[in-house]
Design a protein around this ligand. Structure first.
Ligand SMILES: [Zn+2]
Length: 108
């Protein structure tokens, strides 16, 4: 097996623990590809940990309040502007879309 065939097969593998025997055999014989396989396994292991990390609660309310206090966003609805556009965005009924006021942090 050539290294490029191994690289493609490993990079497209959904489950590195289920690699075909000929791929594992190549990794055992090829220093370069065994290193590549280890890298992919490390990435997959870290990605699984990341996937299981979730915020304990919905943090958007706190983040939005902080951004409003700092004047970075404004969340009040503007009915006149919406009426002028003639199309009402229904998602705005539930949660006002934040409007970015400053794109760069203020200097202190
Ligand atoms: Zn190789």
């Amino acid at each position: 097996m050539e290294c490029n065939v191994f690289e493609i097969a490993v990079s497209e593998s959904a489950d590195l623990s289920q690699l075909r025997p000929e791929l594992l055999q190549h990794a055992q014989q090829c220093f370069r590809c065994s290193g590549l396989l280890e890298d992919f396994q490390t990435i997959a292991r870290k990605a699984r940990k990341l996937a299981s990390v979730e915020p304990a609660r919905d943090l958007w309310g706190d983040i939005r309040a902080q951004l409003e206090r700092e004047g970075l966003i404004q969340t009040e609805l503007r009915p006149a502007a919406q009426a002028a556009r003639g199309v009402r965005d229904r998602s705005a009924d539930a949660v006002p879309a934040p409007r970015l006021v400053h794109s760069a942090p203020r200097s202190r």
